[in-house]
Design a protein around this ligand. Sequence first.
Ligand code: DO4
Ligand code: MG
Length: 284
Amino acid sequence: MKICRFNHRGEVRIGLIKDPATLLDLTAAGISRLHPLLESTDAAARLHTLSAENLPQIPLAFARLCAPVENQEVWAAGVTYLRSKTARMEESDFSASAYDRVYDAERPEIFFKSIAEKVVATGEPVGIRRDARWNVPEPELALVLNSRGKIAGYTIGNDMSSRDIEGENLLYLPQAKIYERSCALGPWIELETSETLARSWKVHIAIQRAGQTVFAGETSVGKIKRRFDELAQFLFRSQIFPHGAILLTGTGVVPPDDFTLRELDVVEIEITGIGRLSNPVVSV
Ligand code: DO4
Ligand code: MG
């Protein structure tokens, strides 16, 4: 079951994706936020009941989807795929061993990525830093965690990154990762999915430039080295998240070293089982 936030005449409403072309307006049935659904233990049953009711229907093609995040902080795990470890070791000089160590360490790499209001939705531009010369998207499965640290659902994330800034010095990581429009989430949240099923999903990325595909790559969620509850438990150690949190799970697709994003490129990330997150690129 897929739930979304959408903007209708200036008001953010909650929707249930009924079929590939239609969403049901759950706000007409009194559901005005995602939070109670993510906290609830019987959200799926409630949504099944509601989907049989005569709720207003909106063609998806006309719906302006908002990022599926309300006031959760967005965090990200890193170096969870072998591919990410080797690419980062190659790009960096004196900090290469840090990636090697964290890949095998008990404690994962987890870093802060974004506050909710800075997250961009599908269709909205993601940013590349003007002061960086090597900018890439990072297509990632995102865990939607409730306030108890339980996985309430999954969405797609783009952890936009400036590889030259990160590669110059690991202490520059926050600048490589956190800047205007550096995080996209969407298009919606997939509920009711076990980790076993999610691990069978494929992550696919294509980058379009002037109508041509200039990079495409694919990986599998199953290649993530760590269990999802392990990542969630580390995030929730000595921290509370009253609104829940979003946790990106790391990238397993890295474009070749001579590739950098350009303004007007379009980044399309698809995760089977969820859908597609699509964003044009702007310089920020
Ligand atoms: O260690 C730096 C960031 C890693 C990351 O974002 C990833 O592996 O996806
Ligand atoms: Mg990443």
